[in-house]
Design a protein around this ligand. Structure first.
Ligand code: HEM
Length: 285
């Protein structure tokens, strides 16, 4: 019995010292101006707020708490997975099926580039400005890595807030790509907004323009950006040139664009569609 009393006293001493130390530490940091933070639970802190789709949940939180919010997460869970390029091709094709006018315009560009006499080649890509715009547009609305992280090496100030050393910053690329402060009518799938008078785009996806960061930015940005862009563009233009696309459910322009739960941005209902070979003279034997 005595033992139990000893343990109880020890436990109480531990609890009281824990809260005293915590109080002293919070006082010493009180001169810090920290970003606002949602209510947190013990141990799991803000983890419960992240479900079911983390980038959407963080986007909604930032609407309540401001663009820079303090969130306490304890899991090393943000990684860029495989299947990123395949995911983007799937989203792009789904957008094209839902926007047949854009699909036709891209096909016209492809046909005029090849003279309608041959299959499109990788070396044609620099001349396919509309196709490039479609891919950028897809990466803006459906970045396969919607969140990437950074850590502050030293104490610094961002937007007037104190950010302590070793703070993990989560950049919500998905949310930035839909922000009406940077994009007019952000939800419209209008690739021409990426094309200026000379037919080229001023905005690129390689981390120089902070309103469009599907591959991250800086030294830790995606090292395979060029490969990914080539794979996506070459595959997509082949699908555009050679096939018409019908949705498997038979309804026109009706691909469901709902996002699946998870860290990588995938379609909730994987795209099921029927390729119908186009009547292309140079492919007919
Ligand atoms: C559409 C395709 C892709 C997208 C949207 C994408 C996106 C990203 C993003 C957002 C990051 C984190 C960047 C940052 O922290 O600043 C990243 C990192 C990385 N990506 Fe990609 N990626 C794609 C394709 C690929 C491919 C095809 C490969 C490999 C063949 C690849 C390999 C990597 C690697 C190794 C890193 C880690 C770099 C580091 O931590 O230093 N990615 N990617």
């Amino acid at each position: 019995m005595e033992n139990i009393q000893d343990y109880t006293v020890l436990f109480l001493v531990w609890v009281i010292s824990f809260f005293v130390v915590r109080f002293i530490l919070s006082k010493s940091k009180s001169s810090y101006k920290l970003p606002s933070s949602p209510f947190r639970l013990p141990i799991i802190r803000h983890l419960h707020l992240l479900r079911p789709i983390p980038h959407q949940a963080l986007h909604n939180l930032s609407r309540c708490y401001g663009p820079l919010l303090l969130s306490l997460l304890r899991l090393e869970m943000f990684t860029t997975g495989t299947g990123t390029s395949a995911g983007v091709i799937q989203w792009a094709l789904a957008e094209l099926i839902n926007h047949p006018d854009i699909l036709n315009k891209s096909r016209e560009e492809t046909d005029s580039t090849t003279g309608n006499k041959r299959l499109v080649k990788e070396s044609d890509l620099p001349n396919l400005h509309f196709l490039q715009a479609i891919v950028k547009k897809t990466l803006r609305l459906h970045p396969s890595g919607p969140l990437f992280t950074r850590e502050s090496t030293q104490h610094c100030k961002i937007g007037g807030y104190d950010i302590a050393a070793s703070t993990r910053l989560i950049v919500n690329v998905w949310s930035i790509g839909r922000d009406p402060n940077y994009w007019e009518n952000p939800m419209d799938f209008v690739p021409t907004r990426f094309i200026n008078g000379s037919g080229r785009s001023q905005i690129d996806v390689r981390g120089r323009h902070y309103e469009l960061l599907p591959f991250g930015s800086g030294r830790r940005s995606c090292p395979w950006t060029s490969l990914a862009l080539r794979v996506i563009q070459t595959t997509l233009v082949g699908l555009i040139q050679c096939f018409d696309w019908k949705v498997a459910n038979g309804k026109e322009n009706s691909v469901d664009m709902t996002e699946a739960a998870g860290i990588a941005l995938l379609m909730a209902q994987p795209l099921v569609c029927v390729p119908v070979a186009r009547d292309i003279p140079f492919l007919t034997i």
